[in-house]
Design a protein around this ligand. Structure first.
Ligand SMILES: [Zn+2]
Length: 373
């Protein structure tokens, strides 16, 4: 069976922040627009998406405390909650709301917490929604600095709720892992007042980060190294030692755009050794240093590089759009409904049969089988 799987998009955050009903498509567009709705249920259905790794994410304090954002937050229920409660509390609310939204659309969608539930949902013709969590700051919010047991208990709770992967780092410092700069340069000022992502590219995994990673492996939550510094990534590979597939959920490659955010050959070799996957981001800003408006061509060339670094195999290439993650999507494939254009584009480049199936979904399915519950 040919599957279409997006391993990273943010309908849940979109719904939480803007009080959205995901049954209704609000607006799309190919520009950077935080209010757009690129991965709601209508977009997912029209795109023929079979499985969505639905990234839960609560913006970091440093982001919310920016005066324009702080002001805007008062305008929605979700925004006001951000001001009043910590990231962990908001995450649980966002998770519960997403489950309710999926339940309300149960004729087409189903939230799944295990491989068995995923298979059953697909057999019933439903689009399966799998929770993932982006950012280690959720695990620490409101806890004492040394409270390792508290953080591990949160990993346990997320495992019990069916979370399939956790992205260790994000946009600002957290106490698990060093992060790279992942805010496009021009947005350091325009959108965010004046934001300092406080990047230290030498920072790796912390003691807490190692403990959390170990618990994730035990509880079968896939580690996602997107947003991590190069040293943090290397330390994750060394500690995991191929015990669980490693994911880089929404990335480009350093040969096309030499940003620390993007993967290098060393990354891809290690991810392939773990039988993991790299999901290509649908954001030309990261894919290519020229920052083109279109993306399909850059997406293809990124996939070719990943194939080459993995030893000439398509087994470690996947799709991780990051739609609705405050991104500027490609003009030629700007939301989930347009994903069939990716298939066509890959076919035109000569990717067919088994290889095409792997990239579009089979690899992402395999990683869940091997590393999730
Ligand atoms: Zn991200």
């Amino acid at each position: 069976m040919t599957l279409l799987i997006d391993i990273h998009a943010h309908p849940a955050m979109n719904a939480f922040l803007w009080d959205r009903d995901l049954r209704r498509h609000v607006m799309g567009g190919d520009m950077f627009n935080p209010l757009a709705s690129l991965s709601d249920f209508e977009m997912l259905s029209r795109g023929g998406v079979d499985v969505l790794w639905s990234a839960l994410h609560v913006p970091e304090r440093e982001f919310i405390d920016n005066p324009p954002i702080h002001l805007a937050a008062h305008l929605t229920r979700g925004g006001r909650m951000l001001l009043e409660r910590n990231a962990w509390e908001c995450l649980l609310v966002q998770m519960g709301q997403m489950e309710q939204q999926v339940e309300r659309s149960s004729e087409h969608f189903r939230h799944v917490r295990s491989n068995a539930e995923l298979d059953a949902a697909l057999a019933d013709g439903r689009t399966a929604i799998v929770h993932t969590v982006e950012g280690g700051h959720h695990l620490s919010a409101g806890l004492e600095p040394g409270d390792e047991a508290g953080r591990l208990a949160r990993v346990d709770l997320l495992a019990d709720r069916g979370v399939a992967s956790i992205t260790l780092a994000h946009l600002f410092p957290n106490d698990l892992a060093g992060h790279v700069d992942a805010i496009p340069k021009e947005e350091h000022r325009i959108l965010f007042w004046k934001v300092d992502p406080q990047v230290d590219l030498t920072r790796g995994l912390t003691e807490l980060g190692r403990a959390v990673l170990e618990r994730m492996i035990e509880r079968r939550i896939l580690p996602d190294v997107a947003h991590c510094t190069i040293p943090a990534r290397q330390q994750v590979y060394a500690q995991v030692a191929n015990r669980i597939p490693i994911v880089a959920s929404h990335i480009g490659v350093a040969t096309l755009n030499a940003e620390p955010y993007n993967l290098t050959e060393e990354d891809v070799t290690a991810i392939a050794a773990s039988r993991g996957i790299a999901g290509v981001i649908f954001m030309p800003y990261w894919l290519e240093s020229s920052h083109p408006k279109d993306g399909l061509d850059a997406i293809w060339r990124t996939m070719v590089q990943l194939n080459d670094w993995a030893g000439g195999t398509w087994e470690h290439v996947a799709v991780g759009t990051d739609f609705d993650g405050f991104t500027d999507p490609p003009d030629d494939c700007s939301d989930e409904s347009q994903l069939p254009k990716l298939r066509t584009h890959l076919e035109q480049q000569g990717l067919t049969g088994d290889a095409l199936d792997r990239v579009l979904g089979a690899n992402a399915r395999r990683v869940l089988t091997d590393g999730w519950r």
